[in-house]
Ligand binder design. Structure first.
Ligand code: HEM
Ligand code: SF4
Length: 757
């Protein structure tokens, strides 16, 4: 045993001996079993796939580390690890990410101290707040996980089902309980759903993850019910508490808005009805094709009415469970109390920085004399030292009333108005006084290429750049654009919630003159408010390095040409994508490699975007292939389809979206055979044979998912679809065309490599 191994096992024994008794028995059993699995895995006695699912269900993810090798700017170096893999091409015991779920985002100062310790001892000293109110630690070693789980469990936190095909963190509007506009506090209901469904036998056999959110009110809430598999919005009817009950929302590559299942489900009924939904999803949901496995697809396939009937029938058959209503007797258990007397109004200090911070980071509570204060965390990160300091600040001013926020910040509730200035001073002393929460300054980003294996472009790099440019303007930013949201995902999976941003981006790559260049697809006009009330629509790909200039131009245009009080979404709709893209035209051109190499390096990286590009000769910039032309034609056709949809002509939008897919497939085929015929059936047949069946088209992570969109569209050819279905087809066509671009980029790299070899 090495010194490190000896230390790890001695520490594990210490935590096991000291803490096991303080964990609920079920949680203890889970951790013990996981620890045993690790031992068996080391002995080679557990199948790789089985171990991976066990690990994921405990919230331990694989993490990107350049798949076992890293390009250091000059050469590719291997990172030495044993032979077995963790996920696609990652070693099973390589450093990973631990997701720790926090139901309804609740956090106490003692837990904050613990997070600080865990991040310092096992991670890189940084706690990362996620867009679903969880906390993530990166670079975790699998052998430290059981100790971590015991330490968390002793303070009431479980990581069970934080990942995997299970009920994920049950999130809630962080303002619930103090929001002036809500019907009532949803915290105890969120806690009840979490406790009831955690490890519930009816929620163990899903084809995919299942996300639940609760919100106290319909408007102005960041409960984000609309983007969840199951969502509840508080309502009082005839003096009785209940919920509007929604199902089938979800982001991911193609976003679906949740559908209203019932406009009033009484508080006694929410657990049995949720259970019935889980049973129907587990029994009838797709299990084999991952890309069709979320409940949104089951509802689309069955039809909403049929799905609802099945759930209602299932509910009627459920044997009574006393837990359905037991929690209602103790509904006030989680009620919060202030630790300081109510204040008497916010005092103005005349300090411009403080006043700006108050404007963006201090929110009124319904309880007179108290406010809720947002602590802005750049990119969702807080260091261990800051976390410890913040825990002490909380003990002094508020105590156990902290919540994580979907926009990757922390919310301190129940701050007395009299304490706001003193609190600001203490936050400032530890670097946590940044203004701009819930504004354009506070750009949200997923982990992207930093640590996520699926990342295509550097979302955090771009977000960091955007933040520093926007913060440089700070309070000088016009109030009309200050309230806009920017959200950046490293790929189409939308972990940053780019679909509901005013200005959203997701990472894509494009081939420019034989080089692969990091790009972002821009998505405009989504709505974060109203529970994620509307999804934006893709307008076009932009080189990563051009994005800051594009945002500057775009917001300038909005300011110049908006009608009085016109919001961004309405402005986008009125102006139209064609005009918007036209006005950005000069920023969309990617300079040749020889002219400006900076476009070929992503934000926050010193390396060229693709190491394999390095072998390309100088003539590469001149090559324009038939595939380039074909893909360009597909982009144009798709853009036209989107314009027609925008103009209210869903019928021709549908057939054009399908046509864009055919053109893209044909473009790829032209790389092999310039004489590929126009006939759509022949294109489909040859694409299937030459790109799908051979696996050439498969995305390294999403597999053949995007080809399936094309196959489905070939069935109906974009005809006879209603508005909702056409909107989905537009998203799917966009993803398929992007996948053709990526496939072409991968093929060019292989060819280049072969030519150079
Ligand atoms: C190891 C890194 C990660 C991987 C491999 C990953 C994978 C994915 C995938 C595949 C989806 C699409 C889901 C679907 O279509 O079914 C997704 C969605 C999502 N992920 Fe992640 N993710 C990662 C990290 C994160 C992080 C750090 C966050 C929070 C900051 C996050 C939050 C979300 C959210 C909010 C969605 C979209 C909402 C929805 O599913 O409806 N993910 N993720
Ligand atoms: S959006 Fe893509 S890159 Fe970002 S965290 Fe999600 S899966 Fe990873």
């Amino acid at each position: 045993m090495s010194k490190q191994e000896l230390y790890t096992s001695a520490a594990a024994k210490y935590w096991r001996d000291t803490l096991s008794d303080r964990l609920p028995s079920e949680w203890r059993k889970n951790v013990d079993e996981f620890e045993a699995d690790i031992t068996l895995k080391k002995m080679g006695k557990v199948d790789h796939k089985l171990f991976a699912e066990t690990r994921l269900r405990m919230g331990a993810y694989g993490q990107r580390y350049d798949n076992g090798h890293r390009y250091d700017g000059k050469t590719v170096r291997d990172i030495p690890f044993p032979e077995e893999f963790k996920g696609p091409e990652t070693y099973w015991d390589a450093p990973g990410m631990q997701r720790i779920k926090l139901p309804w985002g609740g956090l106490t100062p003692d837990q904050m101290d613990l997070f600080a310790d865990l991040a310092e001892e096992y991670s890189d000293g940084i706690c990362h707040i996620t867009t679903r109110q969880a906390i993530q630690l990166h670079y975790i070693h699998i052998e430290n996980c059981p100790s971590m789980y015991r330490r968390l469990g002793a303070l009431g936190i479980t990581t069970r089902e934080a990942c995997g095909n299970a009920v994920r963190n049950v999130s809630a509007d962080p303002m619930t309980g103090v929001s002036p506009t809500e019907a009532f506090d949803v915290t105890p209901y969120a806690q009840a759903i979490f406790e009831f469904l955690l490890g519930h036998p009816d929620a163990q056999d899903f084809g995919r993850k299942f996300k639940i959110a609760l919100s106290g009110d319909k408007e102005g809430s960041s409960g984000l019910v609309n983007i969840h598999d199951l969502g509840l919005i508080a309502r009082i009817k005839d003096g009785k508490r209940g919920f509007e009950f929604y199902v089938g929302g979800g982001l991911g590559a193609v976003p679906y808005a949740a559908k209203l299942f019932s406009d009033f489900v009484s508080e006694e009924e929410i657990l049995p009805l949720s259970q019935a939904v889980c049973r129907i999803y587990a029994r009838h949901g797709e299990k084999k094709k991952r890309h069709r496995a979320r409940i949104k697809f089951l509802i689309a396939d069955l039809g909403f009415e049929k799905f609802r009937d099945m759930v209602i029938e299932e509910r009627a058959k459920l044997p009574h469970d006393p837990r359905w209503t037991a929690y209602l007797k103790d509904l006030n258990k989680l009620d919060e109390k202030p630790s300081r007397p109510a204040g008497s109004g916010l005092k103005c200090t005349g300090d411009a920085a403080f006043d700006f911070w108050v404007k963006t980071n201090v929110k009124p509570q319904k309880q007179k004399g108290y406010v809720a204060v947002l602590v802005t965390l750049p990119l969702g990160d807080i260091t261990s030292n800051q976390m410890r300091n913040l825990a002490d600040i909380c003990r002094k001013y508020i105590n156990d009333t902290v919540r994580t926020v979907a926009e990757q910040n922390l919310l301190l509730r129940w701050v007395s108005e009299n304490d706001v200035a003193a609190l600001y001073a203490e936050l400032k002393a530890v670097g946590l006084h940044l203004p701009g929460a819930e504004s354009i300054l506070d750009v949200t980003a997923c982990p992207g290429t930093d640590t996520c294996k699926l990342g295509v472009s550097s979302s955090r790099g771009l977000a960091g750049e955007m933040r520093s440019r926007l913060y440089a303007k700070g309070a000088a930013i016009d109030p009309a654009i200050r309230d806009l949201r920017i959200k950046i995902s490293g790929c189409f999976n939308s972990c940053s919630h780019h679909h509901i941003a005013d200005i959203g981006f997701y990472g894509i790559s494009r081939n420019v003159g034989g080089y692969v260049v990091p790009h972002f697809q821009m998505v405009l006009g989504g709505q974060f408010q109203n529970n994620g009330g509307a999804y934006g629509i893709g307008v076009g790909g932009i080189a990563s390095k051009a994005v800051p200039a594009v945002v500057e131009r775009l917001t300038g245009l909005y300011l110049e040409s908006r009608n009085k009080d016109e919001n961004f979404r309405t402005w986008v709709e009125r102006t139209g994508k064609a005009t918007i893209m036209q006005s950005l035209q000069d920023l969309l051109e990617v300079p040749a490699y020889e002219k400006d190499k900076s476009f070929y390096v992503d934000w926050g990286d010193v390396r060229e975007y693709s190491v394999k590009d390095k072998g390309i000769g100088e003539c590469a910039g001149e090559i324009v292939t038939l595939t380039d032309f074909g893909l360009k034609a597909a982009d144009r056709e798709l853009f036209d389809a989107q314009l027609r949809f925008e103009g209210g002509d869903a019928t021709s939008a549908g057939s054009r979206a399908y046509r864009a897919m055919v053109l893209a497939a044909q473009g790829l085929l032209k790389g092999k055979d310039p004489d590929v015929p126009e006939n759509a059936d022949v294109v489909m047949e040859r694409f299937t044979k030459e790109f799908h069946d051979t696996g050439v088209f498969n995305d390294p992570y999403a597999g053949p998912k995007f080809a399936q969109y094309y196959f489905q569209a070939h069935g109906h050819r974009g005809q006879g679809l209603d508005k909702d279905k056409t909107s989905l087809l537009l998203h799917e066509a966009q993803l398929f065309v992007e996948a053709c671009h990526s496939c072409y980029a991968r093929m060019s790299l292989t060819e280049t490599k072969e030519a150079v070899a």
